[in-house]
Design a protein around this ligand. Structure first.
Ligand SMILES: Cc1ncc(COP(=O)(O)O)c(C=O)c1O
Length: 495
């Protein structure tokens, strides 16, 4: 082949400069990670950085060193902050250097993991077998590594829908079927969104009331299913939660499993973080019953500390999984030999055709640290959540809002309304002191600390409590001063 253009390939004619730059990038990343707890947790983008994101399409290239300098200036200081030990917001994993290296290797290999017969797919299947082993599922279970639990829940809903209505639903659509699904009132919003995206409508999800511990009330679940059957609906799916996003509450998975078996319903578990508790002998009893599910969705990027993004779905019945997605397009035909062999292909198990090699970072993380060490991280996170709960109990200005079931502690600053709790969270974020998120629990806005990051230690809990108290007291004083000033103004009393 001849090519007259001056630079036919995007590879450099001489690799030495790019190689040196790559080594410098690696050194910088290791330095950043080694000192990650020293700087602010989060830094808002200053105006000049924000405005830099409005540039026109670059027609000509820029030297890689300059592009890297732009990365260091515009991006590196302004990330989410979830690598930092004082990040307690939402449910974010901290990542590891090994996971980062795996991302680099996967990028270098540039494998397309939609199908065909190559080692990256064998690696993904190995990861799925490990996931099945962790969950107590049969070794021949099926599964996929996906972006996250949102996508994994969607895949599970689609599998359950096809199981309930038969493969014809894939051509005909629902054709008037009135499927209903059930999850606790604390289920993550992505469960309703999965039903929406599956064409069932989010109203097909019945939100079952909670018991006192924040778990699904199984008697209420039974009653809701009976009422729907009586009204001519077709109950097909129960989604149990192992680690609710609000408080970390765990549904009674054994009771739900028994009920689903008795009533021939698909039992799916959203175990976004709770699944990894299976790796801790001390915590495993809390999620007992998960091993009886038909499918489980969870994340490696949360408690297993794999860098974003890495979610997973595991389906007990491999044939049911395949029946929901497999298609026989001529241009994607599997063959008996050559690169086109290797059935089943991941494209037959989920919505994506082109897929990156996410499984590598999961494989390398599990191999490097071992499942027991990840289990120990999970155990320590739960111990830290209990430690925070004790610190809150011991502090008269704070009040624990909900029992600590797993790794999430919700509390509030007593001398403050809902707006004050939101303001305290924002104060801490903007000061770079800590990242807490908020949620609504029993009608009130509460501060919510989720312990996920392997770098968090007891000292971080003390610093968090100190920062919350400082912000709360400052706000209380300011509010009291303002209301004092307003009384003075209204009454004309001089100070
Ligand atoms: C219980 C639960 N389910 C689902 C999700 C969504 O997971 P992802 O963000 O990986 O899509 C989360 C996220 O925190 C979660 O906590």
């Amino acid at each position: 082949m001849t090519d007259d253009s001056p630079e036919p390939s995007l590879d450099p004619p001489d690799w030495s400069d790019l190689r040196a730059l790559g080594h410098r990038m690696l050194d910088d990343v290791f330095d950043d990670l080694a000192g990650v707890g020293a700087g602010p947790v989060w830094t808002p983008m200053p105006p000049d950085v924000r405005s830099a994101w409005d540039a026109p399409l670059p027609r000509a290239g820029t030297a890689p060193e300059d592009v890297y300098a732009a990365y260091r200036r515009l991006i590196a200081p302004y990330g989410v902050g979830n690598r930092h030990p004082q990040f307690f917001g939402w449910v974010h994993g901290g990542g590891t250097a090994v996971g980062m290296l795996a991302e680099m290797l996967a990028g270098g290999l540039n494998a397309n993991c939609g199908g065909r017969d190559h080692a990256p797919i064998a690696c993904e299947r190995q990861v799925i077998r490990w996931a099945a082993e962790m969950l107590g599922f049969p070794a021949d279970s099926s599964g996929l590594v996906l972006t996250g639990t949102s996508m994994a829940n969607l895949v599970a809903v689609l599998v359950a829908r096809t199981w309930a209505l038969g493969p014809q639903v894939r051509q005909d659509g629902l054709a008037g079927a009135r499927l209903t699904a059930y999850a606790s009132a604390s289920a993550h919003m992505c469960v309703a969104r999965a039903l929406d995206m599956a064409g069932l409508g989010s109203d097909s999800l019945r939100l079952v009331p909670l018991d006192g511990a924040g778990a699904m009330d199984v008697a209420a679940l039974r009653a809701a299913i009976a009422a729907d059957r009586a009204a001519g609906e077709q109950p097909f799916l129960v989604v149990g939660t192992a680690g609710s996003v609000d408080t970390g509450a765990i549904d009674d998975l054994s009771a739900i499993a028994g009920m689903c078996a008795e009533q021939r319903l698909w039992f799916h578990v959203d175990a976004a973080f709770g699944a990894i508790a299976m790796l801790s002998p001390a915590l495993r009893p809390l999620v007992a019953g998960m091993e009886r599910a038909d499918s489980v969705a969870f994340d490696f990027h949360k408690w297993a500390q794999v860098p974003y993004d890495a979610g997973c779905v595991v389906v007990r019945d491999a044939a049911a999984h395949r029946a929901a997605f497999a298609r026989n397009a001529a241009y994607l035909r599997g063959e008996a030999r050559g690169l086109a062999a290797g059935e089943p292909w991941p494209v037959d198990l989920g919505p994506e055709l082109s897929r990156g090699f996410r499984a590598l970072k999961v494989w390398m993380t599990l191999l490097t640290y071992g499942a027991d060490r990840i289990g120990a991280v999970v155990e320590r996170s739960c111990a830290l959540a209990r430690h925070l709960a004790r610190a809150v109990d011991a502090e008269p200005r704070l009040e624990l809002a909900a029992p600590v079931a797993l790794n999430v502690a919700c509390f509030h600053y007593r001398d403050g309304d809902d707006a004050m709790q939101t303001a305290i969270a924002a104060d801490l974020q903007e000061a770079g002191a800590a990242v807490l998120s908020t949620t609504t629990w029993q009608g009130r806005t509460v501060l919510r600390a989720a312990f996920v990051n392997h770098r968090t230690a007891e000292g971080d809990v003390a610093a968090l409590v100190g920062a919350v108290l400082e912000s709360g007291m400052r706000r209380s004083l300011r509010r009291n001063d303002e209301s004092g000033a307003s009384i003075i103004k209204q009454t004309g009393i001089s100070r």
